[in-house]
Design a binder for this molecule. Sequence first.
Ligand code: ADP
Length: 464
Amino acid sequence: MNRKSIYFKVKLNSIFIISIIIAGIAVSMLIAAFTLKSSNSYPTVNKARIITKEAMDCIEENFYSKNFNQLNSLNFRTQILDLSGNIIYNNYDERSGNIGIKGNVSYDMNFSSLNDNIVKFASPVVVDGTQTGISVFFIQKAALIKNNVLKNVFIIFLPLIIALVIIFITLLYYVYQTKKQFVNPILDINNSAEAIIKGDFGKKIKYNNDTEVGKLCASFEMMRDELKESIERERRLENSRKELITCISHDLRTPIASIKAYVDGIMDGLAKDEDTLSRYLSIISRKTQILTKLINDLFEHCQTELDKLKIEKREVYSGEFLKHISNELSLEFRNSNYEFEVIKDIPNVLINIDPLRIEQVIYNLIQNAKKYTEDGEKIIFGAEIEDGYLKIFVKDNGYGIESIDLPYIFDKFYRGEKARNSDKGGSGLGLSICKYIVEKHGGQIFVESGKEKGSSFYFVIPKI
Ligand code: ADP
C-alpha cells in the first residue's frame, strides 16, 4: 500500500488512536490496581492502629493490674492474651481459657477479615520494652473503610476518565490534522477557483506535497499558472496586434505622405532644375527604402510570431563569411560621411548558421548604428572568440540609449526616446527580429550603452 495515500494514513491514524486508548486504559488500570492494593493494606492498618491506640495505651498501662474497664466503652471489642495464649480479658465473646496463638492470632498477617462486617486486628502488648501479651481487636469494617468509599469510586473510574481525556485529546489532534491536511487545502482550492472565475490568478494555495491532497493542490497550482500564463500570453498577443495595426498605419502613412508630396511637387513642375529633381528623387528613394524596410520588418515579425521565419543552417567558416560582409560594408561606407573601421583579427572558426539571417542581423545593427549616430562619427565592426562562442560586435559613438529604454529595446515595437522624437522612421521591430534570429542559432544578443556614450551591440553564436 502506498505509504502516502490517505487510506494508509487514516488506517495508520486509527491504529494509532486505538493503540493509544488501549495503552491509556492499561496504564490507568495498572495505576488503579496499585493504588487499590496499597489502599487496602497500609492505609487500613494505619487506620486500625489509630483507632486502637487509646485501647493499646490502656492495655499496656494496666496489663499487670488487669483494670481494663475502659475498654468496654470503646466501639470495638477486645481480647487480651498472655504469651501462652491464655485469655486475660475478653469483651468480644464468652470464651475464656486458652486460645491457640498460632491458629488464631496471625503475626505475619496481623490484619484479617473475620466476616463481612468485622475485621480482626492483632497487636503485641509491650511493657517496659518487653512483649508481655497480645491484644486482639474486633473492629467494624465500616469504621476502617468508610472514608475510602469515595476514593475507591474515583479509583475505579480513574482509568475511564484518563482514557476519555486521552481519546478527547487524540480526537482533537486528529480533527486538527484532518483540517490542516485535507480540509484547509480543499477550501483553498475552492477559494482559488472562485478567484480565478473572477479573473484573479494571485491566490496561491499552501500545501504539503506528500499527500494526495498535496498532489491535487500541486496540479491545481500548475493549472492555475498555465491558465494565467496563457491568458497573459493571449493579452500580450492582443496588445501586440493592436500595437501592430497602430504602428503599421502610422509608420506607413508618414513615408507615403512624403513620397506623395514629392511626386506631386515633381508633377506640378516644382523641380525646375536637374539638381532639385535629383534631390526630390533621392528623398523619394530614401522614403521608399524606409517603406520597404518597414514592410519587410512587419512581414518578418509575423513570421517570428508564428515561429515560421525560415532559418536554413549550414556549416561555414567565420573568417571568410565575416570578411565578405565587412568588404561589402566598407564599400557602402565609402560613399558616406561615417568613419567605418573593421577589427583586423577576425577569428576563423567553424559555425553552423544561416548566413543570410546572420548577415541580416549584422546589417540591422549597422543600419541602427548609422541611424542613431551623427554623420562623421565612427562605427566599428569586428569579432572575437569568447568562452567557446564567436562574438560579433557593432560599436558606435552615437547618441547612445537612455537607461530607461535599455531593458526594452529588444521588445517588439519598442522605440527609444530618440527614435520616437525624430523622423528616423523604424518600426521598433528590427532588434526583436535580430534577437529571434540569434536565439534560433543558440546564441544571445546584448548591448552596452548610455546616454551620449555610444552603443556597443554584441551577439554570440556557438562555434562547432
Ligand atoms: P527601430 O526601427 O526603432 O530602430 P529597433 O528594434 O531596431 O527599432 O531598435 C529599437 C530601439 O533601440 C530604437 O528605437 C532605438 O531607440 C534603440 N537603438 C537601437 N540601436 C541603437 C543604436 N545603435 N544607438 C542608439 N539607440 C539604438
